[in-house]
Design a binder for this molecule. Structure first.
Ligand code: TEU
Ligand code: CA
Length: 546
């Protein structure tokens, strides 16, 4: 397969609102990002993905765009954006923009026009239907709770919104709409960006009359058209967000012969703590064999037919160290272990801001502390359905998106050095010991461990190209797999628990990286792994196994 630049890149996701505030208004901004490029360069990442920075009334923190061609004033100006792109390009970093085109804000002029009359030329930019029997056209529901249809008195019809009421869905079957999207994408490409992360892209082929949401019949046709009309002529990274994808679907998007996207985000590993068939807020304990099965399936099935993205965290997910690791005594070891298991696989790794510091979930005290639209809605629904405050708090603390959106912890200064003013969302009180300054001063920090992993991916083709083989699939504590390439074998070995665990492999290992000290050559035939121990070994096979 062709060796595209993004196959040995590492992407760093920035949630601009919470990254760094340059002017003391409590909201992170573009100049704040510019002031921290040295830090990102030190980490070694070469792609930055910015969550939306376009004009938005912020009903969903920027995922409700009212103007695709301008920067939200609280984040800065187009001039600041150009400077950011310039500075990044000078440092050999590319910037990928969030492309939110399943829906716009209801304050976008297209929607203002569309809702004004049934004959307006923009009417068909959105999805309008008459009601049925005094109610909505059908029972489609919104991902943020309630009906996906909202009645608009002006023209007495309903419009579709798979997210909030202020996020009306665009009508992709309208070729004029698609032309507008291509034009806008080309505007950003011409500005010099490195690619797009495509928000809920699996929804654009929807057919609401048939009740089809994800993976609609025209989805791939639209993506091929998009590729032809926009980024296909350039060498860009494109990644689609696809919650319900299977490996077969993943291949449709990312098989290079199909000319669609570079890769997708799939969320199977993320949904392992959900009760089967249940609501994503109904929790289930995590089991390591399930995790291994999911990752292994994707490693195997996309091999040679597509490309994986590798991620633990983003702005919609709780902090990974609080989930598969621990935010207690072994926080540092577990954060490094989780990084090892992920960055050892084949695919393009993504790091979400603060993950490289081992930032944890927030100790929210009450359901009222949550401000995200999804959390607010679920809280209202569950109160109405009779759940106790305790039950609601338990789910929200485990799952709410707000956990990942607390300000980046830069230092021990007030407000973690994120702002000189009052932050838009509270800082996690553990910033006094978890912060970038501390990490940069400590050679054993999680930050420097990530730095080594990032560097390794650049220089070790076995990681980007080697095959993958899972060992001991049913072992409840140990995740171990082999990577093989051109006669060389690496073993990635991780203990997922706080207790010691045993492991055996016929050979000796030379440690390339580990979160504990290692002998020069470790006999792997009888190993006792320490709490959350992780290592990457280069294997020297013993006589009998050859
Ligand atoms: O998220 C897609 C999505 O399906 C989310 O609703 C997800 O199920 C939920 O966040 C998990 O808690 C994307 C963006 O990443 C998210 O921030 C936006 O709110 C959403 O699309 C709408 O644009
Ligand atoms: Ca600011």
């Amino acid at each position: 397969m062709e060796q595209n630049w993004w196959k040995n890149s590492v992407v760093y996701q920035i949630y601009p609102r919470s990254f760094c505030d340059s002017n003391g208004d409590g909201v992170g901004d573009l100049n704040g990002i510019r002031s921290k490029l040295w830090y990102l360069e030190q980490l070694g990442v070469d792609v930055l993905w910015l969550s939306p920075v376009y004009c938005s009334p912020n009903a969903d923190n920027g995922y409700d765009i009212s103007d695709y061609y301008n920067i939200q004033p609280e984040y800065g100006t187009m001039e600041d954006m150009k400077q950011l792109l310039d500075q990044c390009n000078q440092r050999g970093m590319r910037v990928i923009m969030d492309l939110v085109v399943n829906h716009t804000s209801d304050e976008h002029t297209w929607f203002q026009q569309s809702r004004s009359s049934k004959t307006n030329p923009y009417r068909d930019f959105y999805i309008w239907r008459p009601g049925k029997d005094g109610g909505p056209p059908n029972d489609l529901s919104s991902n943020f709770g309630g009906s996906a249809w909202e009645y608009d008195p002006e023209t007495q019809e309903y419009y579709l919104h798979f997210y909030g009421k202020k996020q009306p869905d665009l009508n992709w079957s309208n070729p004029r709409l698609r032309q507008e999207i291509w034009k806008m994408m080309n505007f950003w490409i011409d500005l010099g960006i490195g690619g797009f992360r495509m928000d809920v892209i699996d929804l654009i082929g929807k057919d609401p009359d048939q009740g089809i949401r994800e993976n609609g019949p025209k989805l791939h046709e639209y993506l091929q058209e998009m590729n032809r009309e926009t980024f296909g002529k350039h060498d860009l990274l494109t990644v689609g967000e696809c919650w319900g994808a299977t490996p077969d679907i993943g291949r449709l998007y990312s098989d290079p012969d199909r000319h669609e996207l570079s890769m997708i985000f799939q969320f199977e590993q993320i949904q392992l703590d959900k009760q089967p068939g249940g609501h994503r807020w109904d929790l289930k304990p995590l089991e390591l064999p399930d995790l291994k099965a999911v990752f292994t399936k994707w490693q195997k099935e996309l091999d040679g037919h597509g490309w994986n993205s590798l991620f633990w965290s983003n702005h919609d997910l709780p902090r990974i160290v609080s989930r598969w690791g621990t935010d207690g005594a072994y926080r540092v070891e577990s954060a490094k272990m989780l990084a090892t298991v992920l960055h050892g696989m084949k695919g393009t790794p993504y790091i979400y801001q603060g993950e490289e510091l081992g930032m944890t979930n927030m100790p929210f005290a009450s359901p009222d502390d949550f401000t995200d639209i999804e959390s607010r809605n679920i809280c209202r629904e569950r109160r109405a359905a009779g759940f106790s405050e305790e039950e609601i708090l338990t789910s929200l603390r485990a799952k709410a998106r707000d956990n990942a959106r607390t300000p980046m912890q830069w230092s021990q200064e007030p407000q973690a050095g994120f702002t000189t003013g009052t932050p838009w969302f509270p800082v996690n009180p553990n910033y006094t010991h978890i912060n970038a300054q501390q990490a940069l001063d400590d050679p054993d920090s999680i930050f420097y461990y990530y730095q080594k992993l990032v560097a390794l991916r650049k220089h070790a083709p076995i990681l980007t190209q080697g095959s993958y083989e899972l060992l001991c699939p049913q072992d409840p504590d140990v995740y171990a797999y082999l990577r093989r390439w051109q006669g060389e074998t690496w073993l990635i070995l991780c203990n997922f628990h706080q207790t010691t665990a045993s492991f055996s492999y016929p050979g000796q290992g030379k440690a390339i990286l580990s979160n504990y000290s290692q002998p020069e050559l470790r006999d792997l035939t009888h190993v006792s792994l320490r709490p959350y121990e992780a290592a990457i070994y280069q294997i020297q096979e013993s006589e009998e196994s050859l």
